[in-house]
Write a new protein. Structure first.
Length: 134
């Protein structure tokens, strides 16, 4: 068996990596993060000490999660047929807003913005040929 990473062990046991890190530190192992590796005998000892309890806890958590989802799905299924199509709304009335008449003086004061014409890219000078000294 090769070295196992802490996050892989946590996934196997169904617990957060923090719990596995704490257990390994209590065992006297030097681990810094979830990406740290542990030898096979250490992983085996960890499983003997905590494996069964963690796996049971993970199964109970999964069962609770499934139980919460099942009633929600049933309730949604019961409500779905009872829904009616929403009534169509009448089109909104259009109101004519009075606009101030445009004056010539206003047009002179605020000229329209002009878009800048695109400039052609600058031409590059031809590359110089290096002269060889003999």
């Amino acid at each position: 068996m090769a070295k196992a990473r802490v996050h892989e062990l946590a996934k196997e046991f169904g617990v957060p990596s923090k719990d596995v890190l704490a257990a390994l530190k209590d065992m006297g192992e030097f681990v810094k993060s979830a990406s740290s590796t542990v030898e096979a005998p250490v992983a085996r000892r960890l499983e003997e000490l905590h494996g069964d309890a963690w796996k049971k806890a993970a199964e109970e958590k999964a069962a609770k999660k499934a139980a919460k989802k099942a009633p929600a799905k049933k309730a949604a299924a019961k409500k779905a047929p009872a829904k009616k199509a929403p009534a169509k709304r009448a089109p909104a009335k259009k109101t004519a807003a009075k606009k101030a008449p445009a004056t010539r003086s206003a047009a002179k004061k605020a000229p329209a913005k002009k878009t800048a014409a695109k400039k052609a890219p600058a031409k590059r000078a031809p590359a110089r040929e290096a002269t060889k000294k003999r």
